[in-house]
Structures are given as structure tokens and as C-alpha cells.
Design a protein around this ligand. Structure first.
Ligand code: SF4
Ligand code: MG
Length: 331
């Protein structure tokens, strides 16, 4: 399969009054053409920072990519000039944020906002751009597109506005779409409709999608693969089925246990006790140690190596690594 994105040892930090926060601490993953990779984890785990780094949205000078590389179709984004980046980020790589209201400009018509990217970046003429805008509104399921193009954001419902945001993100035919909590601000019925829209877009195009979410229900519906982030690291990655049915990292197991299941309404939820470590001074060992009921002495001192469990499934946990015993004895 063709790799569209390769993220290698990505490290991102932010300077704050309290010191430097190590938000992303060596993240590695590949993204293939046509697949949806979900990045899941609690807030502050580094999932949004990872996607913002890919989009070139790390605010300098407070934030910086300290180390690592991001290759988009083999090109190192971290090495391109500002003008080369502008041709990729926002066009070939497009992003949808959580809140559809702030993503749209209240003073411009939907038609103006849809065609802007086509006209400025792709130098497409007015008439052709309008035809493409109508095609996109059809794709995202907005009725009467010709009349709707002349209207302003406030004339649409929340769900419709999120469809428009998705249409704007897709109109320049990006190869990679990053969706950061795309359904979180919407009510449950609209959420389901937007997720169906994502599935439909995937069927009709071979776009690759990175989906950032804390909602495992969303993941279950549209992801092909899942990366679980904790304290700035990907602690487990695998096919959706492997992660849901045979999770190996105690944190992943805890996350899955904390999902409310309709068939288990009577049972108590099992949230994971405790909080993630402070990333001003990240632990040298496994960051989950303080919350992990399987923690061994080695976990406190050495970050686990990545154990490969299958072609797609890998986990950073000493429980999967024979060498833990040797290190334990040496203590
Ligand atoms: Fe728990 Fe140790 Fe595995 Fe970390 S490495 S998740 S502390 S068993
Ligand atoms: Mg797909």
C-alpha cells in the first residue's frame, strides 16, 4: 500500500511560564492511501498537537517541533519553505475543527467561502468554481444547492454548517483530511449523520483521513486503524479489531472498559483512576506506571520498547517484552 504520510520520532514542545511542556514525545506512525486512522486519548495526551504539527499550526516561537520528521508523499514538511508549505497545508492536506460556527465566516456567503480556495489556490474561474461548489454541496447532502450558495452561515442549522465545513475542506480535492473532534459539538442525531457522511466520502474518494477523537463510538464506526496516545506517546496502535477485541496496553484496556455499552447498562462503568503525568517533567519510565495495576519496578525506570504483535499491531508495554524480566533482576 502507498504511504501518504510518515511521521517519525515527532517531538513537539511549548514554552510556558511554568516551563517547557513536552506535549509530543517521539511519535511514529504511517498513514496509507484511502485509510482512516483514529488517534484517541484523553485531553492533553498530544493528539491535537500531533495533527496541528502536520498542518503547520504549531504557534511559534512558544511552540516548536524539536525533533523528528513529517513526510507527506515522501516530502519532508519540516524542511519546506513557507511558500512550498502553503501549497500543501490547507490544499493537499485539509483540516476540519470541532466547532462549525467559528470555522465559517459569518459575513461571507456559503458560495464565497466554498469557492475561495479554488479561486486563489487552484486559479479556477468563477463559473467553474461555482459548479464545483454545487457538486460539493450535493456530496455533503445539502438540498437546493444553487439557492443555498447565496446564503450566510446563520441561515443554516448546526449540522448543516458542519456539512458545509466538510465541503470546504474537500473542495480542493485534498489527499489527506484531518478531522479534530468533528462531531463533538453536535447533538447525537446529527453526529450519526455526519459519521455516515464520512463513510460515504470514504467510499467515493480514496482520501486518507486522520480522525482525532476521545469518542470510541466514533472510532468504532469509521476507523480502519487506531492509535492510542498517552502522555505524548503512541502507546498502542493496530487494526480496529485488534484494538477493540485484543487490546494489550493496560491503558487501552482501561479506555475500552470506560465506554458505556448499551448491552451492559446495569454494570458500572470502569473509568481509569488517577490522572496522566505532568508533561513539564515527563517520567523517564512508562508514563502509565502510577495508574497501572500491572506496574513492575522496571516500568518506573525505563520506557518500554515497542513490541510488534502482528503486522499492524504494536504496543509499548513491558508486559509484552521478555527483557523486562532481565531488567527486573538487574535492579
Ligand atoms: Fe503498566 Fe508497566 Fe506496561 Fe506501563 S509498561 S503499562 S506500567 S505494565
Ligand atoms: Mg478507507
Amino acid at each position: 500500500d502507498e504511504k501518504i504520510l510518515q511521521v517519525n520520532n515527532l517531538q513537539v514542545s511549548f514554552k510556558t511560564y511554568g516551563g517547557e511542556v513536552e506535549a509530543v514525545r517521539g511519535v511514529n506512525f504511517d498513514l496509507y492511501k484511502g485509510e482512516t486512522l483514529a488517534i484517541v486519548g484523553e485531553s492533553g495526551c498530544g493528539k491535537s498537537v500531533t495533527s496541528n504539527a502536520i498542518m503547520g499550526l504549531i504557534p511559534e516561537p512558544a511552540g516548536r517541533i524539536k525533533n523528528g520528521s513529517i513526510l507527506f508523499k515522501g516530502k519532508a514538511l519540516t524542511k519546506l519553505s513557507k511558500s512550498e508549505l502553503r501549497k500543501i497545508q490547507g490544499i493537499d492536506i485539509s483540516m476540519i475543527f470541532q466547532d462549525p460556527m467559528t470555522a465559517l465566516n459569518p459575513t461571507l456567503t456559503i458560495g464565497e467561502q466554498l469557492t475561495e480556495g479554488l479561486r486563489t489556490h487552484k486559479k479556477i474561474g468563477k463559473h467553474e468554481a461555482k459548479l464545483k461548489a454545487i457538486e460539493m454541496l450535493n456530496l455533503v447532502g445539502i438540498p437546493n444547492p444553487i439557492e443555498r450558495l447565496k446564503q450566510y452561515p446563520h441561515q443554516f442549522s448546526g449540522g448543516m454548517r458542519q456539512r458545509i465545513v466538510i465541503a470546504i475542506a474537500l473542495i480542493c480535492d485534498p489527499e489527506l483530511l484531518i478531522a479534530d473532534e468533528p462531531t463533538t459539538a453536535l447533538d447525537v442525531t446529527i453526529q450519526a449523520q455526519i459519521l455516515e457522511l464520512f463513510e460515504e466520502i470514504q467510499r467515493k474518494t480514496d482520501i486518507s483521513i486522520i480522525l482525532i477523537t476521545h469518542d470510541l463510538g466514533v472510532v468504532a464506526k469509521i476507523a480502519d486503524r487506531i492509535a492510542v496516545m498517552y502522555a505524548g506517546k503512541i502507546v498502542e496502535i493496530g487494526d480496529k479489531r485488534e484494538i477493540f477485541y485484543t487490546p494489550q496496553h493496560p491503558y487501552t484496556q482501561g479506555l475500552l472498559n470506560s465506554v458505556p455499552r448499551l448491552d451492559l447498562m446495569e454494570e458500572e462503568l470502569q473509568p481509569i483512576d488517577g490522572t496522566p503525568p505532568d508533561l513539564f517533567a515527563p517520567p523517564t519510565g512508562c508514563p502509565f506506571t502510577a495508574r497501572c495495576k500491572f506496574a513492575m519496578e522496571v516500568c518506573d525506570h525505563v520506557y518500554p520498547y515497542t513490541s510488534k504483535l502482528s503486522d499492524a499491531h504494536a504496543v509499548d508495554c513491558w508486559l509484552q517484552d521478555e527483557r523486562a524480566k532481565v531488567l527486573q533482576v538487574q535492579k
